[in-house]
Design a protein around this ligand. Structure first.
Ligand code: TEU
Ligand code: CA
Length: 568
């Protein structure tokens, strides 16, 4: 989609130079660990950059673009799984945790990536798929071979029972029964995801030790830490027990909609997280990010550990994965501030499993403004953040049009209700060439999304008013501005259902006002409860840096966002 500048012509505010020029010299970082208030950029390696022309992105493609990531201003890169895998779930089915899949490169390529990243002060995080292996992993091949082999208890096995088609009514997240009958054991094994992804038995200490060895293997190589995949699914109720119908109807895969009380977020998960934290603590930069979809802030708070001894950064899905609403955002920010026991929240709006936020949220209009508003919401509170490749460009979801084009198996099973995750995994848009500069192959593994001709790194780098340059300015500002870096956090105008307002005030008195219009209509508000009568724009989606704003009547265009220095 070309940018819709006209949408910004509102409320008599200047349209033009949309980025500020914050000081070049970042203040020295304090001794806080690197991951606090860090921005971690998620790379889906298959779709980022292909250097050998096979249509599939690779590790060398990431290395080739480290300068881009450095200029963007991120602190770390999380790479989704690049380990040896049959690729049934595009890497989330691992057959060797210690080997690189040849599609993505070699161990030498990975070591070079680590070295080059380090030179640029960028930490690399690996994706650790802890819940399950591939059915082609030697551990599972041995485990399924008999009831008595040395790995017999490494996966979750149950006897068939007369008159029952499966040990329980549990449903796989990817559709169908979560139990698969297997020969020659003549037993069922449990799989939370595809049947090609058998669940490891985390109750077995040998499994735990083997997995902790894997962590040490990568951290010794130079990986800073891990994004732990599917954390809530590590344990199942040993008593089994059927799930109840949560609500009438069917999933996109034709299954009943059941509770997941026997399989999700069991308290035992925390024991494992504590052990993993101990492993991680042996390494100075060690960090554990968690893929933690939870139902509320209490559950989220627990995942940090009562003594800060579990996850460093469990994903806070409250902010980014609900509806677009000032009231909801206010509540999520307040909860993150007050109910996480002083731990660092990790905000995220986009990843490889969810429709991109500018397509998922809003009413389809003013997408460029919406992108800036969401970026500002994610990057100006006190938190770390996860970005997803292409988010900084305004890349849009591009779901397959025909079932036969779908690559993600859940999209085949769920068609047309659930078209799968291909839409948010489209090739990174580097330039306006036929394949968006992603690959020299004319047939990349997924076609490039429409809009790449204008929404791409090459064009946006040169356009001072681009979304990319907005992100760069925002990332610089959050490091260099005392208020955004060290300031506390206070909500204002808490009864406003349309505009979210907050102030970050640093110990030295420097203060920044953040105003975000969460609606597709222009809004005009009076800021209450501030000694300062005016503010000077630092960065905005609609006003030039340096513009003076009157706090008495702040005017915001649709989805307008502004960060401003409060004048004393
Ligand atoms: O996702 C875990 C997860 O809970 C998924 O159900 C997610 O909600 C779903 O993909 C949305 O469509 C992780 C990975 O992020 C995902 O890509 C993997 O497919 C999955 O684990 C299995 O490893
Ligand atoms: Ca390739």
């Amino acid at each position: 989609m070309p940018f819709t500048r006209s949408s910004l012509l509102l409320a008599g505010l200047a349209v033009a130079a949309l980025v500020s020029a914050p000081g070049q010299n970042s203040a020295p970082r304090s001794k806080t660990p690197w991951w606090q208030n860090a921005v971690i950029y998620q790379v889906y390696p298959r779709s980022f950059a292909d250097t050998n022309g096979d249509g599939i992105g690779d590790l060398n493609g990431i290395t080739a673009h480290l300068d881009y990531l450095h200029d963007l201003g991120i602190d770390g890169v999380w790479i989704t799984p690049f380990f040896q895998s049959p690729q049934v779930d595009f890497g989330y089915d691992i057959s060797d945790y210690r080997a690189i899949d040849p599609q993505y490169g070699t161990m030498a390529d990975f070591d070079r990536l680590l070295r080059e990243a380090k030179k640029r002060n960028i930490r690399i995080l690996a994706d650790f798929v802890v819940n399950h292996t591939s059915d082609k992993h030697p551990w599972f091949i041995e485990s399924r071979s008999s009831r008595t082999n040395s790995k017999a208890d490494w996966f979750v096995w149950r006897d068939p029972e007369p008159g029952k088609s499966a040990p329980s009514n549990w449903i796989s997240i990817f559709g169908g029964s979560a139990w698969q009958l297997d020969t020659p054991r003549n037993q069922f094994y449990y799989h939370a995801f595809y049947k090609e992804q058998p669940d490891l038995n985390w109750r077995n200490p040998a499994v735990r030790n083997a997995m902790y060895d894997v962590m040490r293997f990568w951290m010794k190589r130079g990986v800073a830490g891990f994004r732990l995949d599917a954390v809530p699914h590590l344990f199942e109720d040993p008593q089994l027990g059927d799930e109840k119908v949560l609500r009438p109807g069917k999933t996109a895969y034709g299954d009943p909609i059941l509770t997941r009380t026997h399989t999700d977020n069991l308290p035992e998960c925390e024991d494992v997280l504590k052990e993993m934290r101990k492993v991680t603590n042996q390494f100075p930069d060690g960090v554990l990010v968690g893929e933690t979809y939870v139902s509320g802030v209490k559950e989220l708070a627990k995942l940090y550990g009562a003594n800060h001894d579990e996850l460093h950064l469990p994903m806070d899905t409250q902010l980014g994965f609900g509806t677009l609403s000032a009231n909801r955002y206010r509540k999520a920010l307040l909860e993150a501030e007050t109910q996480l026991n002083g731990n660092t929240p990790l905000f995220v709006f986009n990843n490889h499993d969810n429709v991109r936020s500018i397509n998922r949220l809003g009413n389809g209009t003013h997408k460029d403004a919406l992108a800036r508003m969401l970026a500002t919401l994610m990057l100006t509170p006190r938190a770390s953040a996860l970005m997803y490749y292409g988010e900084e460009l305004g890349m849009e979801n591009d779901d397959p049009k025909r079932k036969e084009d779908v690559k993600d198996i859940v999209g085949i099973r769920g068609w047309p209700e659930d078209k799968g995750r291909d839409g948010e995994r489209k090739p990174m848009q580097w330039n306006g060439d036929t394949t968006a500069g992603f690959s020299t192959s004319r047939t990349p593994w997924l076609t490039v999304a429409p809009g790449y001709e204008t929404v791409n790194v090459s064009i946006e780098t040169r356009d001072p008013g681009s979304l990319l340059n907005y992100y760069k300015a925002l990332l610089r500002l959050r490091k260099s501005d005392p208020a955004l870096r060290d300031g506390d956090f206070a909500l204002l105008n808490e009864d406003d259902a349309n505009v979210l307002l907050f102030v970050r005030r640093a110990p030295d008195g420097t203060a920044a006002l953040v105003a975000l219009n969460c609606t597709p209509e222009a809004r005009s508000i009076a800021v209450r409860g501030l000694p300062e009568r005016s503010a000077k724009v630092l960065l905005s989606s609609f006003a030039a840096a340096g513009t003076t704003l009157d706090n008495g009547t702040l005017q915001l265009p649709p989805y307008g966002a502004v960060v401003a220095r409060l004048a004393r």
